[in-house]
Design a protein around this ligand. Structure first.
Ligand SMILES: [Zn+2]
Length: 275
């Protein structure tokens, strides 16, 4: 198997193994069950086929080699901390054709995306890292970003249109500065589409829904540096920042603290193992 200097080993699952791996992930994150049990999320995925694709060994090997090569170019923290990364190739329509991750640090790629760019792949690797070292990421979000898990309830008009995201569903909503909870929503609750979404903010102090980012949020996270949808969760913000360091201009306070934390990663977490 390809070059293993990076310490990451990419393993493309054949369709039989893929089914087993998806079931293992499902047992932990319950992503598909959560979607099926929610009217808007089930509707948005109604015509999509979330099934591993059957392909020739040769085709999978080509994808594997390409991704393995990418692994030599990604952040050193990823290279030293991920080990084996399983990749499942899904039908082109799976999850609206968007790459995503599942519990157990599995990357799922709809077939059309097997030729994706390095930036997108690195973004997914960060999600794997967040899942594998969730306790440490949680600690970082709390100490440096002032974000903690939020267990409260949204009003029904908001709760009924939340888009479930496999990259963040194990963590759940987070509250920033004890006040703001970013929420990914379907813009059309009657005809929900995965590609027609936005992020709104629940103001837990005033008990109001805000449809644009609060100014203090813009200042801390530098909203113009990443796509609007990235603001739905700190896992997305950090994956977007880190996957696009080559194009991000001015670094926000949030990004500066993230980079500093990662610089220390190798020293601080040298003896840390998988959870
Ligand atoms: Zn993501």
């Amino acid at each position: 198997m390809g070059n293993q200097q990076s310490g990451i080993q990419i393993l493309i699952c054949d369709d039989t193994t893929a089914k087993k791996e998806l079931q293992k992930s499902e047992d932990i994150d319950r992503y598909r069950a959560l979607c099926l049990g929610d009217r808007a999320n089930a509707g948005a995925r109604e015509f999509f086929s979330y099934v591993p694709i059957h392909s020739s060994k040769n085709e999978f090997l080509q994808i594997e080699n390409r991704l393995q090569h990418f692994c030599e170019l990604v952040h050193p923290v990823l290279q030293s901390g991920l080990g084996i990364v399983k990749v499942i190739i899904l039908m082109p329509t799976a999850d609206g054709g968007m790459p995503h991750t599942r519990a157990g640090a599995v990357i799922c790629l709809p077939m059309t995306l097997s030729l994706m760019k390095l930036n997108t792949f690195e973004h997914e690797l960060w999600h794997c890292h967040q899942k594998r070292y969730s306790r440490w990421w949680k600690k970082f979000y709390e100490e440096k970003w002032n974000m903690t898990p939020w267990k409260g309830e949204f009003p029904s008009e908001l709760a009924n249109q939340i888009r479930i995201n496999p990259d963040t569903c194990e963590s759940g909503p987070m509250i920033w500065r004890q006040r703001w909870v970013a929420v990914p929503v379907f813009l059309s609750p009657t005809s929900p589409q995965l590609k027609d979404c936005a992020v709104w903010w629940w103001d837990n102090r005033e008990k109001l829904i805000r449809k644009s980012s609060p100014p203090e949020w813009d200042q801390f996270f530098a909203c113009n540096q990443v796509p609007a949808i990235a603001h739905e969760h700190p896992n997305e913000l950090s994956a977007y920042y880190l996957g696009n360091l080559d194009t991000i201009g001015v670094q926000s306070t949030a990004l500066v603290s993230l980079l500093k934390w990662l610089d220390n990663w190798q020293n601080e977490y040298k003896f840390m193992y998988d959870e």
